[in-house]
Design a protein around this ligand. Structure first.
Ligand SMILES: Nc1ncnc2c1ncn2[C@@H]1O[C@H](COP(=O)(O)OP(=O)(O)O)[C@@H](O)[C@H]1O
Ligand SMILES: [Mg+2]
Length: 329
């Protein structure tokens, strides 16, 4: 079972080495989820991780694997969504030579490759009825046949499944088998969306800036207060993945040490009326002031005397506000 592990030299190794220490959160709800995840690491119990796309389901699955007695075995992932049924079955269970016209050689499936390790069944709600039946048997009896094969193959893998759909609804509406649902549902873990744990935004930004400073050889110190206020206001439909890719694309282009509002590529709809109403008045007024000062400064090409004139405030007051809001690096 013990395989030599290579030293971490490339991205894949980094990702595959994820532990619970790499999961950043200040949210009480997330902390209690992680506590449960740690507890179930040591046994072979099946875990079902639910949550919107980008909330960290795969990250948690990897952390469980790397914290389990199977950590020296493989962590094999398979995405059950968006694949034609025959292809998915061959992915999961493998096929024998000649099973299809283009099956020129025998291929091992993911259940087989995950032997002695963990199989991560991503988007499990999208399994077809036929694949669900075969998966149930593979999960329950640890036995299956390759497509086009007769011989039963035994696999000793631990299953972690994930979905962004509500599996109970899928079950009630007849799209998901009840027996498989209960088999996968032994320990359910729900990851809340980022908009419901906004206290995580700031520490996550810090983490990603550190990561991309290393990757891009940059020395970004952080985001300005105005930028942070904007990012706190956003609803993050793409959750942590959206935040990470925003920081990545911003840092790829930036030429200074602090991320200002205008450095953000405005792919995201930051001005979200509903979100503004959720902020308390004091904060939103401050944000408006910061935004407005920034706009006027940009308008005058950072000629502060001109800007102070336009804003109808004194030059020292403007300087004070620029400092207070960290508008300038
Ligand atoms: N709490 C977290 N701390 C650090 N990185 C995170 C956290 N949550 C998510 N990520 C990162 O965000 C990205 C998306 O997470 P992922 O696990 O792929 O989400 P999902 O599987 O739910 O779509 C990954 O790059 C992951 O490393
Ligand atoms: Mg995923």
């Amino acid at each position: 079972m013990k395989k030599p592990t290579k030293k971490n030299s490339h991205k894949f190794q980094e990702e595959s080495k994820v532990t619970f220490d790499n999961i950043v959160t200040r949210s009480e709800e997330m902390r209690s989820v992680i506590k449960t995840a740690k507890k179930v690491s040591s046994s072979d119990v099946t875990v079902l991780i639910t949550g919107e796309s980008g909330t960290g389901k795969e990250l948690v699955a990897r952390a469980i694997h790397n914290n389990s007695p199977r950590k020296d075995g493989p962590f094999v992932t398979v995405n059950c969504a968006g694949m034609p049924d025959t292809l998915l079955e061959s992915e999961l269970f493998g096929h024998e030579k000649g099973a299809y016209t283009d099956a020129t050689s025998t291929k091992k499936g993911r259940f087989e490759l995950a032997n002695e390790g963990t199989l991560f069944l991503d988007e499990v709600a999208d399994l077809s009825p036929a694949a669900q039946a075969k998966t149930l048997r593979a999960v329950e009896e640890k036995e299956f046949e390759r497509v086009g094969g007769e011989e039963s193959i035994y696999t000793n893998c631990r299953i972690i499944a994930a979905t962004n759909k509500d599996l109970l609804t899928e079950l009630r509406e007849g799209r998901f088998r009840e027996d498989l649902y209960y088999r996968l549902h032994e320990v359910p873990l729900y990851l809340p969306p980022l908009r419901e744990r906004k206290e995580d935004i700031s520490p996550l930004i810090e983490l990603f800036i550190k990561e991309f400073n290393t990757k891009f050889a940059k020395k970004i110190e952080g985001v300005s207060n105005v930028t942070l206020a904007y990012l706190m206001r956003h609803d993050w439909p793409g959750n942590v993945r959206e935040l990470k890719s925003l920081i990545r694309s911003t840092m790829a282009l930036i030429g200074r040490d602090v991320i200002w509002l205008e450095d953000l590529p405005f792919k995201i709809e930051l001005i979200d009326e509903k979100a503004i109403h959720r902020l308390d008045q004091d904060l939103s007024l401050k944000i408006m002031e910061q935004e407005h000062i920034l706009k006027v400064l940009n308008f005058t090409d950072w000629n502060k005397s001109k800007a102070a004139n336009l804003l109808k405030i004194s030059r020292p007051t403007l300087d004070k506000k620029i400092k207070e809001y960290r508008l300038e690096t």
